[in-house]
Design a binder for this molecule. Structure first.
Ligand SMILES: NC(=O)c1ccc[n+]([C@@H]2O[C@H](COP(=O)([O-])OP(=O)(O)OC[C@H]3O[C@@H](n4cnc5c(N)ncnc54)[C@H](OP(=O)(O)O)[C@@H]3O)[C@@H](O)[C@H]2O)c1
Length: 334
């Protein structure tokens, strides 16, 4: 039974609960683990569970919550869920929270509800603020690169959004390297330094390292925030013995059950053994592995229960790896 009135844990910022890293060259500190609301916070998910997870996160020092206009399903519903819980529980703590949203993927029908036009970004942020019951977000991201829209149009919309006060900072998600370099320069020239670059990084997908994007963010004084650190659940014990009916792979929207091949399970078991030898769960080791790279400001983890979040949070306690452990992990991944 969830208490009707929320009063956050007094010890939420006590030593050892959560660690914070500086976000590039900025005044912002972010928790090493941030909470993502892409899955499990839609209209079909129980509001009581969403509330329980958000409260648990905040009680344990997680101050950063990552959303986007189209998280759900349906689109917009994760922001609505967050907005409802913000209204009932978190409004007095707004200044302790760092809330993001994004636009860039298809959101509403017709030619103005997708990609990177000024019209879409401005309208989308207004809609997001209404759904989330917020006056402003802390960071607004362009969610993906639009090859058709001039990047100046997209970037100037970010600059103007920050100048309007509807977002405090601008961010970029999943842009290619060359466009990202131009974007950092464009934003800097207009005194709207890019705060964060968001990209996928986990033990299975290291493309943001190999492409040079992680190093570029570091050089430019931009924070790097890693999404899907658990490869949507593949890097956990979730699928070691088949596909549970309540799992993301069983839903089959973004993680398909047929990607859980015997080969993937074999590798996951090997990784699980390495994690056990480090006295960690596989989920913890996967998060620790990302956080071991000090160029990473934070990881955005998803979860479908407070037990998962409780497990994941412990990853921050053990982010150092021996060379031998790293070699074993690389070997298991193949
Ligand atoms: N910018 C972008 O384009 C972009 C793209 C993707 C994601 N993101 C952001 O990144 C966030 C995280 O992405 P993600 O949800 O893919 O993250 P993830 O952390 O890689 O995967 C989360 C899933 O792993 C399982 N899980 C979590 N903790 C576990 C534990 N301790 N033990 C066992 N299983 C565990 C759960 O699966 P079940 O649900 O099956 O229980 C959970 O839903 C998103 O919410 C979003 O905010 C951004």
């Amino acid at each position: 039974m969830i208490p009707p009135v929320y009063s956050p844990a007094d010890e939420r910022y006590s030593d050892g609960n959560m660690s914070y890293r500086r976000c590039g060259r900025s005044g912002i500190l972010l928790p090493e683990i941030s909470l993502g609301l892409w899955h499990n916070f839609g209209a079909g998910d129980p509001l009581s569970r969403s509330r329980e997870i958000l409260r648990y996160a905040f009680d344990h020092g997680i101050t950063h919550f990552d959303l986007a206009n189209n998280y759900g399903p349906p689109y917009g519903s994760a922001e609505q869920t967050f907005g409802e819980i913000f209204r009932t529980d978190f409004r007095p703590y707004r200044d302790e929270m760092f809330i993001s949203t994004k636009a860039g993927y298809d959101m509403w029908p017709g030619p103005y509800g997708n990609w990177g036009s000024r019209k879409y970004l401005m309208a989308s942020l207004d809609q997001s603020l209404r759904r989330m019951n917020l006056d402003y977000v802390d960071i607004f991201y362009i969610h993906r690169f639009d090859p058709e829209t001039p990047i100046e149009e997209t970037l100037q919309a970010l600059v103007d959004i920050v100048r309007s006060g509807k977002a405090l900072y601008a961010g970029i998600s999943r842009w290619p390297l060359e466009a990202t370099k131009l974007a950092f320069e464009y934003l800097d020239r207009r005194d709207t330094h890019c705060l964060l670059f968001q990209d996928r990084l986990n033990m299975l997908d290291r493309s943001s390292v190999y492409s040079g994007i992680l190093e570029e963010t570091q050089q430019a004084g931009v924070g790097f925030i890693a999404f899907s650190p658990l490869a949507q659940g593949l890097l956990t014990n979730r699928y070691l013995h088949g596909v549970p009916s309540d799992s993301r792979a069983a839903q089959g929207r973004f993680l398909k059950a047929d990607t859980i091949t015997p080969e993937i399970i074999r590798r996951t078991r090997e990784l699980n053994d390495i994690a056990e030898s480090r006295r960690q769960s596989l989920a913890q080791m996967a998060i620790s592995w990302v956080l071991a790279d000090k160029r990473v400001t934070s990881v955005i983890a998803g979860c479908s229960s407070i037990n998962q979040l409780a497990d994941t949070i412990c990853a921050i306690k053990h982010t150092d790896f021996t060379q031998e452990e790293l070699a074993l992990i690389d070997n298991a991944i193949g």
